[in-house]
Design a protein around this ligand. Structure first.
Ligand code: HPA
Length: 251
């Protein structure tokens, strides 16, 4: 049976409806994760939850210890990770409140610890295949849950991951659009690659919380993002509940 872990992004520091049995802080060779892993029953099955930014949103995207987080989840017994990420919408279909289940990504980040493979000079470095960065099986499950919940969503999309913490310039978004990005966020990488390095299934449920820079006539405000997060995150939890509830029936 698959053990699922959820990584909650902005607005999701706690998983509503998780009947928590225990909470563990795992020390890793890469330091401490951003918080405890909460383990308990959710939608009828054992699920793990980790808040990417810490429960009090203490870690900015470039400060998150992605290696410790992924390592700790693997150590705790997860084999499948659903990542929740708030994003800006680049493609015109990606309006506020829309969901996207990206099928590919482009990494624009820098200076992040992006691999587990840099300690041991005795062994040749393995190069993971990353031509399809997200698990297709998990994507299909997310898509089925979004359809069942009747939310507006795109079943494909390219996630452009920027360094942050500042938002992008309009020209950067134009460049990203030319590159083929549909959505922009700051936390999708190196998380996805690290999961692949540890052979964990990984997919992303992205929630659009604002039009990307230059895509609307006004500046992006935190108030607008926060208000989109309120409704969007409660919808995202309904998707998770649907996915995990049905995963239990089929496994
Ligand atoms: N850009 C980058 N990251 C984001 C955005 C954005 O517009 N919105 C939410 N996360």
């Amino acid at each position: 049976m698959t053990t699922y872990a959820i990584i909650g992004g902005s607005g999701l520091g706690k998983l509503q409806g998780l009947n928590e049995r225990k909470s563990i802080l795992i020390d890793t060779p890469y330091g401490e994760p951003t918080g405890d892993i909460n383990i308990g029953e959710f939608a009828g099955q054992e699920v793990m939850f980790l808040a990417r930014h810490g429960q009090k949103h203490r870690y900015a995207p470039h400060q998150v210890n992605y290696r410790a987080n992924i390592w700790a989840l693997k150590q705790a017994g997860a084999d499948s990770i659903i990542a929740i990420n708030a994003v800006g919408g680049i493609h015109h279909a990606m309006g506020t409140g829309h969901f996207c289940v990206p099928h590919d990504l482009i990494d624009y980040t820098y200076c992040r610890q992006n691999t587990f493979f840099n300690n041991d000079h005795e062994q040749p470095i393995p190069h993971i295949d990353f031509s399809a960065p997200y698990s297709e099986e998990l994507r299909v499950r997310l898509i089925a849950a979004l359809m069942a919940e009747n939310f507006e969503f795109s079943a494909r999309g390219v996630y452009g991951c920027t360094q942050g913490p500042r938002l992008e310039t309009s020209a950067e978004i134009i460049r990203m659009e030319r590159d083929g990005c549909d959505i922009v966020g700051m936390t999708g990488m190196p998380e996805a690659a690290l999961a692949r390095e540890l052979s964990l299934e990984y997919a992303c449920l992205a929630l659009v919380v604002n039009p990307a820079a230059g895509k609307s006539s006004s500046a992006i405000s935190m108030a607008e993002i926060e208000s989109a997060l309120k409704l969007g995150i409660s919808n995202a939890q309904a998707v998770l509940s649907r996915l995990l509830g049905s995963a239990q029936k089929t496994s």
